[in-house]
Design a protein around this ligand. Structure first.
Ligand SMILES: [Mg+2]
Length: 193
């Protein structure tokens, strides 16, 4: 029997769901549960996305685990608190750094692809929401549409995000309406990328 595939909202964690403390122009992760601050409007946006039929899958790079700056236990404590406050289906963590050459560290799409297999997700009906270029690249590589949450970090914005927004709360209505613009066609072929 064919299984019914569902759309997902793949959500980056730091800077999308919760505040990402900015140091030297770049976002960092909360160092402990005490530093966790869920961003304004996120709880309601998650509820609305869920009601609209999206699975809520958090996909988060946590290289500070590999770097020895934090522990899996601290990361998991924060994730548990987020799952408690937000109606999340899964939280998928990449604990690696570049040197590990894993398949899950965004911009690679491994976390999204694995979740798609496990949860019967229709990737082309899904969206990746992130505040870093590597989030947008991972979403594109997985065949999802992409929403870039623009915080003005010290890195150039992605070239091909399907939509930019100041927050998940601001982006949610367009995601639910399916109104986040298809990618521009490939210049060479005229076909969608
Ligand atoms: Mg982030």
């Amino acid at each position: 029997m064919l299984r019914q595939l569902r759309p997902a909202a793949f959500l980056d964690r730091d800077g999308v769901l919760n505040e990402a403390p900015v140091r030297d122009g770049m976002p960092t992760s909360p160092a402990s549960l005490a530093e966790l601050r869920v961003l304004a409007g996120v709880a309601e946006a998650c509820s609305r996305l869920k009601e609209a039929g999206f699975l809520l899958i958090v996909v988060t790079n946590q290289p500070d685990i590999a770097r020895g700056k934090t522990t899996e236990a601290i990361v998991e404590e924060i994730n548990r608190a987020l799952r408690h406050q937000l109606d999340l289906d899964h939280v998928c963590v990449c604990p690696h750094d570049d040197a590990d050459q894993c398949n899950c560290r965004k911009p690679k799409p491994g976390l999204l692809l694995e979740a798609a297999l496990r949860c019967d997700i229709n990737l082309s009906a899904s969206v990746m929401v992130g505040d870093r270029v590597r989030d947008i690249d991972a979403g594109r590589a997985a065949g999802c549409r992409t929403v870039y949450i623009k915080h003005g970090y010290r890195e150039p914005p992605p070239q091909y995000a399907d939509m930019s927004a100041p927050s998940l709360a601001a982006a949610a209505p367009a995601i639910i309406a399916g109104d986040i613009g298809r990618r521009p066609p490939n210049e060479a072929t005229g076909l969608p990328r």
